[in-house]
Design a protein around this ligand. Structure first.
Ligand SMILES: Cc1cc2nc3c(=O)[nH]c(=O)nc-3n(C[C@H](O)[C@H](O)[C@H](O)COP(=O)(O)OP(=O)(O)OC[C@H]3O[C@@H](n4cnc5c(N)ncnc54)[C@H](O)[C@@H]3O)c2cc1C
Length: 303
């Protein structure tokens, strides 16, 4: 029996654990990945918006977090697969067969990139699917590429690719791009970027590597093929809440609903970070929510 079990070791889970330790709570963190850090492993851009700290990328910020985490006294199990979580009973079953119980559970499972779900997307992973323009654009220099999405992330990545690629085709389902005007104005000034709105990417074609995409402009029209060497998909994210389905209140997007104390509607079950923050996900928001949850949990313990 632990005081607190935290599921997920991204910035939110790590901050919660750090604070729980500071407040004298016996804490166990369960992380499914090989290492802690969550989305920080995919942040290739400089982080200039975390008050008091600057980092060249997510890995560098994580190194700073790790220095504190290593000195804290909580249990951390990585590569841990949870098969079921009974939130009301606060009981967790692991794939190893082990059963765990705690007085409080903190859900810090974050979000994952939304997939298009089209043929070729999975098959060509690592063979032309671009994860990040910041990281990968030199690999695609001199080649035509396609970007899917219409928000800030899609347009920013298209602009970065346009620095090195002869043509960038941006495919967006909606009528208008949703990206901020700072990005769309730059986009309009670049002749090498073609924007297809009200269009969907229906297939990524290639055997050994991506060679073309199939695009359908407006419903009913015949799709056409476009030769490209790289495809970058930025169509948003979805919360990692499958494990808790039907057990607690979520919004229409599947995000966990919490109050200002990070409490869910299940007693002694809390949610922190992106999994409970559909509107303004940030590293500072995630670490702050972790601190709040830990302090609220500590206040409930009467020893
Ligand atoms: C490209 C990019 C750039 C960004 N740039 C910035 C920036 O400049 N500034 C900023 O403030 N924010 C930025 N962000 C957002 C920031 O990274 C997130 O807000 C932050 O990582 C959220 O932390 P989190 O702990 O809530 O979730 P995550 O980082 O998503 O971590 C969740 C963790 O939970 C684990 N997990 C999930 N399900 C389970 C399960 N069932 N069992 C066990 N473990 C599980 C995951 O493996 C992961 O380790 C950026 C994000 C991206 C992708």
């Amino acid at each position: 029996m632990h005081d607190v079990i935290i599921i997920g070791a991204g910035p939110a889970g790590l901050s919660t654990a750090f604070w729980c330790d500071e407040l004298g709570l016996d804490t166990l963190v369960l992380e499914q990945a090989d290492a802690v850090g969550g989305q920080l492993h995919r942040v290739y851009n400089p982080i200039n918006n975390y008050l008091g700290l600057k980092a060249r990328n997510g890995e560098e910020l994580l190194e700073r977090f790790a220095a504190d985490v290593d000195n804290a006294d909580f249990d951390l199990w990585t590569q841990t697969s949870i098969t079921s979580a009974d939130l009301k009973a606060r009981r967790i079953a692991l794939a190893s067969g082990e059963e765990l119980q705690s007085i409080a559970i903190v859900i810090a499972t974050g979000v994952r990139p939304r997939e298009l779900g089209v043929p070729g997307e999975k098959e060509l992973a690592g063979k032309g699917m671009i994860e990040s323009a910041t990281r990968d654009r030199q690999l695609f220099a001199g080649h035509d590429v396609c970007v899917v999405g219409g928000g800030d992330a899609a347009v920013e990545n298209a602009l970065l690719l346009a620095e090195v690629c002869p043509t960038v085709t941006l495919v967006h389902r909606g009528k208008k791009l949703r990206a901020r005007s700072e990005f769309t104005e730059q986009l309009q000034a670049l002749h090498c970027i073609t924007v297809f709105t009200e269009s969907v990417l229906t297939r990524i074609i290639g055997d050994e590597r991506a060679e073309a995409v199939e695009i359908q402009r407006k419903q009913g029209l015949k799709p056409f093929q476009l030769a490209v060497r790289g495809v970058l998909i930025r169509i948003g994210v979805e919360p990692n809440t499958d494990l808790f389905k039907g057990q607690l209140e979520t919004d229409e997007g599947g995000y966990v609903v919490v109050n200002s104390q990070q409490e869910t509607n299940v007693p002694m079950v809390f949610a922190v970070g992106d999994v409970a923050n559909p509107v303004a996900p940030t590293i500072s928001g995630a670490t702050g929510a972790g601190a709040t949850a830990a302090k609220v949990i500590a206040s409930r313990f009467t020893r």
